[in-house]
Design a protein around this ligand. Structure first.
Ligand code: NAI
Length: 301
C-alpha cells in the first residue's frame, strides 16, 4: 500500500451509507482520521438519524482506525461550519473534504415544483459551499488541501428528468474549476468524481447485469487518488464506474472569425464553428480571453 494518508484528516459527507461509507472506510484503512458525516435520511432527503454515521465511525474505530461521527446537514451554512468544527475539535486539522452527500427528487422540468428544486440545490450545490468554505479557510492556513466533489454524468451530459440534479452537479464542476485556481498557491487541489455505482440511489434505475457490474467499491480507488498528496491535477473531472476510470473535459473548437461578424456568417459557417479538429482544452477563463485576442490580433496584422 503506497498511497497512505498518515497524519491526514478527512471529512466525508454522506458517509453513513453508499459510496461515502466506502470512501470513509478506505481512507481510514489507509491511515486517515475521518469525520464520518451523514444526516441519515432517505434518498429524497426526508427524515434523519444519527445512526448511520455513528455505525460507520464505530466500524472504523473497531478496525483500529480513528473516526468521529457527525450528523449535521450539509444543507445549511451552520451545518457546514459545524462539520469543519467537528474535525478541528477531534483532530485539529482538515486536509481532505469529500463532498459526497446527495439526494434525488426527479421530475421532468415542466412538472418540477420548488420542493423538488430547492432541497436538491441545497444539498448538492449549496451543501458543497457550506462544507468546503470553512474547510478551505483552514486548508489555506495549513498550506495544504485536497477537495473532491461528487458530480455526475447527469450534469456533465444531461439526464432526462433530472434538471434540478444536473444543474447542481454541473455547478460543482464550476466550483472545482475556480477553487483549483484560488487554491493553487496553497497546495489545495479540487477535482470532481462522476461515479456510476449500484447504491440505494441507483438500484431501481440500472438493469440487473449493469447493477452487478457497477460495484460501488470500484469507485473508491479514483477518489482515494484524487484525495491523495500525489494527485497531480486540479480542476478536473473523472468518471469511475465498475473498474473503468476516465476523464471528462470541456474542449473549445478553433471556430470561425470575422471582424464584421453577422448572424448570416454564423449560419453559413456553423459547420466550421462546430468542427472539433484541433480543439483545445483551456486552463481558465483568462486563457480563453488570450486566445480570442490572439485570433483578433493575428487577423488585423
Ligand atoms: P446514497 O443515497 O447511498 O448516499 C448519499 C448519502 O448522503 C446518504 O447516506 C444520505 O443520508 C446522505 N445525505 C443526504 N442528504 C444529506 C445532508 N443534507 N447532509 C448530510 N448527509 C446527507 O447515494 P450514493 O449513490 O452513495 O451517492 C453518493 C454521491 O454520489 C451523491 O452525491 C450522488 O449524487 C453521487 N452520484 C452517485 C451515482 C451512483 O451511480 N450511485 C451517480 C452519480 C453521482
Amino acid at each position: 500500500m503506497t498511497l497512505t494518508f498518515d497524519n491526514r484528516v478527512a471529512i466525508v459527507t454522506g458517509a453513513g451509507g453508499g459510496l461515502g461509507k466506502l470512501y470513509a472506510l478506505e481512507l481510514a484503512r489507509r491511515g486517515a482520521r475521518v469525520v464520518v458525516n451523514d444526516l441519515g435520511g432517505a434518498t429524497d432527503g426526508t427524515g434523519g438519524s444519527e445512526g448511520p454515521a455513528q455505525i460507520v465511525a464505530d466500524e472504523i474505530n473497531q478496525q483500529g482506525g480513528e473516526a468521529v461521527a457527525d450528523a449535521h446537514s450539509v444543507a445549511t451554512s451552520e451545518g457546514g461550519a459545524a462539520i469543519t468544527a467537528t474535525a478541528m475539535e477531534a483532530f485539529g486539522q482538515v486536509d481532505i473534504v469529500i463532498n459526497n452527500a446527495g439526494i434525488l427528487r426527479d421530475k421532468t422540468f415542466h412538472k418540477l415544483e420548488d420542493d423538488q428544486l430547492h432541497p436538491v440545490l441545497a444539498v448538492h450545490l449549496r451543501g458543497a459551499f457550506n462544507v468546503t468554505r470553512p474547510a478551505f479557510r483552514q486548508m489555506r492556513e495549513q498550506g495544504y488541501g485536497r477537495i473532491v466533489f461528487a458530480t455526475s454524468n447527469a450534469g456533465v451530459l444531461g439526464n432526462f428528468g433530472q434538471s434540478n440534479y444536473s444543474a447542481a452537479k454541473m455547478g460543482l464542476v464550476g466550483l472545482a474549476n475556480t477553487l483549483s485556481l484560488e487554491g493553487a498557491r496553497y497546495n489545495i487541489k479540487a477535482n470532481c468524481i462522476a461515479p456510476m455505482a449500484t447504491t440505494r440511489m441507483t438500484e431501481s434505475i440500472f438493469g440487473q447485469e449493469i447493477k452487478e457490474a457497477l460495484r460501488p467499491e470500484l469507485v473508491t480507488p479514483a477518489v482515494c487518488f484524487l484525495a491523495h498528496e500525489d494527485c497531480p491535477v486540479s480542476g478536473e473531472v473523472y468518471s469511475a464506474a465498475g473498474g473503468t476510470v476516465s476523464r471528462f473535459f470541456v474542449g473549445r473548437t478553433v471556430g470561425y472569425y470575422n471582424a464584421d461578424l453577422t448572424a448570416e456568417d454564423v449560419a453559413e459557417n456553423f459547420d466550421q464553428i462546430r468542427d472539433e479538429t484541433g480543439y483545445l482544452v483551456l486552463d481558465d477563463a483568462n486563457h480563453e480571453v488570450g486566445l480570442a485576442y490572439k485570433t483578433i490580433r493575428a487577423a488585423a496584422e
